[in-house]
Ligand binder design. Structure first.
Ligand code: ADP
Length: 627
């Protein structure tokens, strides 16, 4: 038997590993199963190039828990190691790696973003074990070796009688890590980290019910058998070519990824690139609606089919973190902090590629089946609109598929919309005015009024729409957006009409004075001769002010410093309405005040501005009136 001292300068490196990597102890299993997988794939390669002249067979990796003896076994049928190789790869390579790791990350260990993503390798076994054994037999014609180490730099290495090819790692689980002797704990970890690894992983057995034979008697009881329980799917969908997969395969893989998710995804995007970086994956668009908060962090990042993390911030453009799916790339450096990731050139390329690929796919879906795309619009728009705001590359491509629906569910692209606008539908700067509503119910009367005049009214109801509108306007599109209840609207509606005022200039002046006597200062009163059927009192808000306010509420607007902007309203009074005449002509001042206040309250009510005490008073007053 040989004994020796591992060549490390730190007297006892394991307490350090434990301390620094405390929160990520569980990754030991991922690391050891990965080593077994690597050893198996290496063997396969050696056989394929004629280096190894052995049968590959159907190698598996087995994980066993021995609760009584407090041991975990990880057994592979890979290329194994000779005693010399153990000396070299374990005593020298693995341990110098450990030292290097500690040197490098001692100080930054608090930046937990890196821990656990870093390939800790073999010695992560010591995060849960007080003693580790390796029993290994190389594919080469050499005796098996048995290595033992208790966490101190001393180890023993002796011959073993193992005859089958491969490596068995035995962990003697430490007292503070006994939780890892739980079957459910281990199967949970295998499911989390190893679910899609390329070599079958066996953990225990399960009972399977045999099918009932054709000629079974009535009282037949189904037979059961114990079968090996395999944890993983070694050939997940993303490793295949899109041409090999059907719609159903993609959906099935989605269910495999998210077993608790009952709703099918809307569509998928298969990522597949090998130059200038290697990346595969499948992204899914789930049904999103208007809620931006849900769904984040559902994309899983893998490296060569080994799960790394579900925090893909910095790798996937932020707007796409609302999607689901997997990304697999060995080219993402994980031993750097999050901010380092964002600055990394390769990672930036990956992020740009994903953005481009998503845009291309959306365009294809739009062109292939527009009706279907329109149907899904409301569930995907939040991602697309956010993408337009946050990624210029995406914004440039978005014109081809981003839709602007009307209140009547007709969907236009921006170009199509421009065609639809009336020639004279312009503001004072000559820009084409796009009318839109933010809420069909709240702005119902305004929408109706605009539609009556033959205008298209869009329904733009995303929480971030005001930011997007602002961006489109600033982009030389020649468009300006105006919400149906904003102050520009009467100009537009009026423009169409040559409505003659029923009131003389003198009467108008008198009416204005009477109105201003009862209307609060926050309102600026404006008299307009409109169709006599139009509402007598209409409250509008300046488009600019309202939009800035919305923008500051949905973030990003902080820079405008307008969180506390004053409320400003216009009260537009239709001088051709019967009510305007009544207000003007009544002799009774009390009655006049009554009319004005009631009309103002009604106008407020239709803008959702009547609340609390004022609303109570209004309701009470209205009951009095109809009594
Ligand atoms: P890494 O896997 O990153 O090289 P490790 O510390 O995990 O680092 O392992 C060090 C070396 O030990 C490996 O490169 C490999 O040569 C050898 N090794 C580890 N586990 C096994 C195994 N199960 N079978 C064969 N060789 C192994």
């Amino acid at each position: 038997m040989a004994t020796g001292k591992i060549n490390v300068s730190v007297e006892n490196i394991f307490p350090l590993i434990k301390k620094f990597l405390y929160s990520d102890h569980e990754i030991f299993l991922r690391e050891l199963v990965s080593n077994g997988t690597d050893a198996t794939l290496k063997l396969k390669h050696l056989i394929s190039i004629g280096e190894a002249k052995v049968e590959y067979g159907n190698p598996i990796i087995e994980v066993k828990v021995d609760k009584e003896a407090k041991k975990i076994h990880i057994i592979d049928q890979g290329l194994g190691m000779t005693a010399d190789e153990v000396e070299k790869y374990i005593n020298q390579v693995a341990f110098s790696g450990a030292e290097e790791f500690l040197d490098k990350y001692k100080d930054s260990a608090k930046d937990s973003g890196i821990i656990g993503h870093f390939g800790l390798g073999f010695y992560s076994a010591f995060m849960v074990a007080e003693k580790v054994e390796i029993i290994t037999k190389s594919y080469k014609d050499e005796p098996a070796a048995h290595w033992t180490c208790d966490g101190s730099p001393e180890f023993t290495l002796e011959p073993a009688d193992k005859t089958s090819r491969g490596t068995e790692i035995i962990l003697h689980v430490a007292e503070d890590s006994l939780e890892f002797l739980d079957d459910s704990k281990i199967s949970g970890l295998l499911n989390k980290y190893n679910k899609f690894m390329p070599i079958p992983i066996k953990f225990g057995t399960r009972t399977e019910t045999l099918p009932k034979p054709e000629d079974a008697p009535e009282d037949y009881v189904n037979e059961t058998v114990e079968v090996d329980n395999f944890i993983n799917n070694p050939n997940p969908a993303w490793t295949k070519q899109p041409s090999e997969l059907s719609e159903e395969d993609y959906k099935n893989f989605y269910r495999e990824l998210y077993p608790m998710q009952f709703e099918d995804p809307l569509f998928h995007i298969h990522l597949n690139v090998d130059y200038p970086f290697n990346l595969t994956g499948i992204l899914y668009f789930p049904k999103l609606g208007n809620d931006m908060q849900i769904q984040k962090d559902k994309i899983q990042l893998y490296q060569n089919q080994v799960y790394v993390t579900d925090n893909v911030e910095g790798i996937v453009p932020e707007f796409l973190t609302m999607l689901k799916g997997v990304i697999d790339s060995p080219d993402i450096p994980l031993n750097v902090s999050r901010s380092g990731l964002q600055a990394d050139g390769a990672v930036k390329k990956i992020s740009n590629y994903i953005t481009r690929k998503v845009a291309d796919k959306l365009k294809a879906l739009f062109n292939e089946n527009r009706a279907d795309f329109e149907e899904k619009w409301n569930d995907i728009k939040i991602v697309l609109e956010y993408g337009m705001l946050s990624e210029d590359k995406f914004y440039e491509k978005a014109g081809a598929f981003v839709l602007y629906p009307t209140v009547d569910n007709t969907y236009f692209t921006l170009e199509e919309l421009k065609e639809k606008l009336k020639e004279n539908q312009t503001d004072k700067d000559g820009k084409l005015v796009v009318l839109y509503a933010g809420n069909k119910d709240a702005q119902h009367s305004y929408i109706e009024a605009a539609k009556d005049k033959g205008y298209e009214v869009l329904l733009l109801d995303s929480p971030i729409i005001s930011h997007l509108i602002q961006k489109i306007e600033n982009d030389n599109t020649g468009l300006t957006f105006v919400r149906v209840d904003s102050d520009h609207i009467e100009n537009l509606i009026k423009k169409d009409e040559n409505t003659i005022s029923k009131l003389s200039e003198e009467e108008k002046a008198t009416l204005k004075t009477s109105l201003e006597a009862y209307i609060p200062k926050a309102y600026s009163v404006q008299l307009e001769a409109m169709d006599s059927q139009a509402a007598p009192f209409i409250i509008t808000q300046p488009e600019f002010m309202r939009r800035m306010k919305e923008m500051s509420q949905t973030g990003g607007g902080g820079m405008f410093g307008m969180g506390n902007m004053p409320e400003m309203y216009n009260l537009v009074v239709n001088t051709n309405s019967d009510l305007a005449s009544s207000i003007l002509n009544t002799e009774d001042k009390t009655h006049q005040e009554h009319l004005v206040k009631q009309a103002l309250d009604l106008a407020k009510l239709s803008q959702n501005l009547l609340k609390g005490e004022a609303l109570t008073a209004f309701v009470k007053r209205s009951f009095e009136m109809i009594k």
